[in-house]
Design a protein around this ligand. Structure first.
Ligand code: ATP
Length: 288
């Protein structure tokens, strides 16, 4: 039996870093939403007790370092599954981009194997299992739009922003999330970025959403990689209504309401950056 599962990318509309915890993680508050740029994860049941991974992009690991492998492994061990699975990942989400591609593949694997192996786990149970693999996996189990707290694994689903276009531009550089957090100076006096975003979404006010986009990690990545800041400036110049770096970067996204304008932003950016996408927000969660 074979199942295909969509694994969409996420962007952060607001990202507050509150403090560093005793366990080494940072306590965060984030508003995350999924966009229609997705990997496809194919799962084929195997009768022998093994996990095989193949990835369309050769530089992504195809062994136990792959987050989809880890998702299958956790489920197998926890529920003593004696069958195996062959996982094929067709990558569309740029890798190490701040778009949670690996986490989304892991979440898609959890959702798909829940069906393939008849585990009948709820999203909540899958999200808890996902948190063992990575902080963003829990959100990716649900998709849609959510407030994520704790180290990012405590998920409260919220209404999605009004429909719009999202232009994504990923400069060809690698950003180390660990380094960004290490260099971050946490400003305890800083006002919450999440609260005004929650209000703007609640009011379905597109202009306020654009105005209140905020990410505490942005200035750190800008200092380390000034080209990311330049992409942000270009995106604004070409007419995106709200622009922000996603996660620890380096992808920058721009929100655009009208289709007529999205072509201008997309084509303008293509002159500066090879990896550019124009996609839609996904307003619903994604039961597979
Ligand atoms: P986040 O936004 O959650 O920080 P990211 O978008 O920055 O994630 P990923 O694309 O998930 O980063 O990849 C980060 C690293 O994880 C890569 O360098 C890659 O080696 C490893 N990895 C493991 N599994 C996968 C996968 N299925 N897809 C992509 N990368 C993976």
């Amino acid at each position: 039996m074979k199942i295909s599962v969509k694994a969409p990318a996420k962007i952060n509309l607001a990202l507050d870093v509150l403090h560093k915890r005793d366990d080494g993680f940072h306590e965060v508050e984030m508003i995350m939403t999924t966009v229609d740029l997705a990997d496809r994860v194919d799962l084929i049941e195997l009768n022998e007790d093994s996990i095989a991974v193949e990835v369309s992009e050769g530089f992504v690991p195809n062994d136990e370092r792959n987050l989809a492998y880890q998702a299958a492994d956790v489920l197998k061990k926890r529920f003593q599954i004696k069958k195996g699975v062959s996982i094929y990942i067709s990558k569309k989400i740029p890798v190490a981009a701040g778009l949670a591609g690996g986490s989304s593949d892991a979440a898609a694997t959890l959702r798909g194997l829940n069906l393939l192996w008849n585990l009948e786990l709820s999203d909540h149970e899958l999200a808890e299992i996902g948190a063992e693999i990575g902080s963003d996996v829990s959100f990716c189990v649900y998709g849609g739009t959510a407030l994520a707290t704790g180290r990012g694994e405590i998920i409260k689903q919220i209404e999605s922003p009004p429909p719009c276009w999202v232009v994504l531009a990923k400069p060809p550089i690698g950003v180390s999330t660990a380094e960004v957090y290490r260099k971050l100076n946490i400003d305890k006096a800083k006002e919450s970025g999440v609260q005004p975003m929650l209000q703007a979404i609640n009011e379905q006010n597109f202009d306020d959403i654009c105005e209140h986009l905020s990410n505490d990690l942005e200035s750190v990545t800008f200092k380390l990689h000034p080209e990311v800041k330049r992409i942000k400036e270009q995106m604004k110049r070409f007419g995106a209504e709200g622009v922000l770096m996603s996660g620890s970067g380096p992808t920058v996204f721009g929100l655009v309401k009208k289709e007529s304008r999205v072509h201008r932003v997309y084509n303008g950016l293509r002159g500066f950056c090879g990896d550019v996408y124009a996609v839609r927000l996904i307003s619903q969660g994604h039961p597979c």
